[in-house]
Write a protein that binds this ligand. Structure first.
Ligand code: F6R
Length: 359
């Protein structure tokens, strides 16, 4: 029940720190190791490539976890949209391992890929919030998100839970493979730090609401830009904004803007930059300058260690592979407040259903 909350979405945004802590409990074995089925571990470590298949926000979570999995397991990761993959299956590697990311476990586009994968006898894992769901039953392995029911159509806590479960999974696999980056990655401790950092951002609601009013009131469109993981978060941030506030929003790789999209920048167009990586931050700032000089109103969401005094939203530092878990929080709140300020129903956007059971 949503209790004193006006909308489920706000409640679910607020629940994210607790979900991080619950995942630490659920996945920590008594000896401090990660709880993963031995057979699952064996199949993953002998695979030569991981294919993540998903739709919408779950697809964006797959993107956000790609680097993290590659760095900690040294297994290449490809992330695919279910509705594309199923009808134009790429040439697969010799020993593929499939991960289906699906909050509901019922998404028809993802299921049709799983059906084909099962026919080809490739091993699969479904990461889902719903035990006993169709994709969980039909995949060889399941890991649960433990996020509690997600009622709002716009997915929030499932996105962060998916990235966190993939981090736990990657740590477990990388440790067995004795990858140095996995040994150095104390995932339980880092997720606890993420939970606190999320709380800090969640406590900034008044600031974020005001910022949303200042920058997004009356706008027809908006852009999120970033590089690397910050680009992937930009994709999720823009999906969230467009699906509930109906502001036409796009997430762009910051360096790609000048190759065409910059033509859309007009006087007053909001452009929000996400910066959590030291090696790309200066370039993204340069791209923000480019759009500013063409009239854009820019906002910077930035990690504390890279922040400048004029930056509007500063994120507590967390492990470099987990920054999306924190940088996405203000973007969820921006979508929420933009929708409220426009007078739309946050939990039930037009034309959308919570679970999409047609292809
Ligand atoms: C967006 C949203 C959708 C879902 C997508 C996949 O906020 O909720 O994009 O993420 O329909 O759904 P699941 O994860 O249930 O397969």
């Amino acid at each position: 029940e949503k209790g004193t909350y006006p909308y489920y979405m706000l409640k679910e945004i607020d629940e994210q720190p607790a979900v991080m802590r619950r995942l630490v409990q659920e996945y920590q074995a008594e000896n401090g190791a990660i709880k993963l089925d031995q057979e699952l571990v064996d199949e993953v470590i002998t695979s030569d490539r991981i294919y993540i298949v998903a739709c919408g926000t779950s697809y964006n979570a797959g993107l956000a976890a790609k680097q993290l999995i590659e760095k900690t397991t040294e297994i290449p990761v490809e992330v695919h949209l279910s509705s594309e993959f199923g009808y134009n299956m790429p040439l697969l590697s010799q020993k593929p391992f499939f991960i289906f990311l699906t909050q509901s476990g019922e998404t028809a586009d993802s299921r049709q890929v799983l059906v084909q994968i099962n026919r080809l006898n490739h091993p699969s894992l479904t990461i889902t919030n719903v035990a006993g769901s169709t994709l969980s039953r039909e995949a060889k392995y399941t890991l649960l998100l433990h996020a509690g029911p997600e009622i709002a159509v716009a997915s929030t806590k499932a996105y962060t839970a998916q990235i966190a479960v993939l981090a736990l999974f990657a740590k477990g696999i990388g440790e067995v493979k004795q990858i140095a980056a996995a040994k150095d990655f104390d995932v339980f401790h880092e997720l606890a730090l993420v939970a606190s950092a999320m709380e800090t951002m969640i406590s900034e609601k008044a600031v974020i609401s005001q910022l949303t009013e200042d920058y997004l009131t009356g706008t027809r469109n908006a852009f999120y830009i970033g590089r690397g993981n910050d680009y992937y978060v930009s994709c999720e941030a823009s999906l969230k904004l467009k699906e509930i506030s109906y502001i036409q929003a796009e997430g762009f790789a910051a360096g790609e803007l000048k190759h065409g999209t910059i033509a859309l920048i007009e006087d007053g167009t909001p452009v929000i930059g996400v910066i959590t990586e030291a090696h790309t931050g200066a370039h993204t700032r340069g791209n923000l300058k480019e759009v500013e000089s063409r009239g854009a109103k820019t906002v910077v969401i930035v990690s504390e260690e890279l922040a400048r005094p004029t930056d509007q939203l500063v994120l507590p530092n967390v492990h470099p592979l987990l920054t999306s878990l924190v940088s996405v929080i203000p973007t969820q709140l921006i979508a929420y407040f933009a929708t409220l300020q426009r007078g739309y129903d946050v939990d039930k956007p037009r034309n959308l259903a919570k679970s999409v059971t047609v292809e």
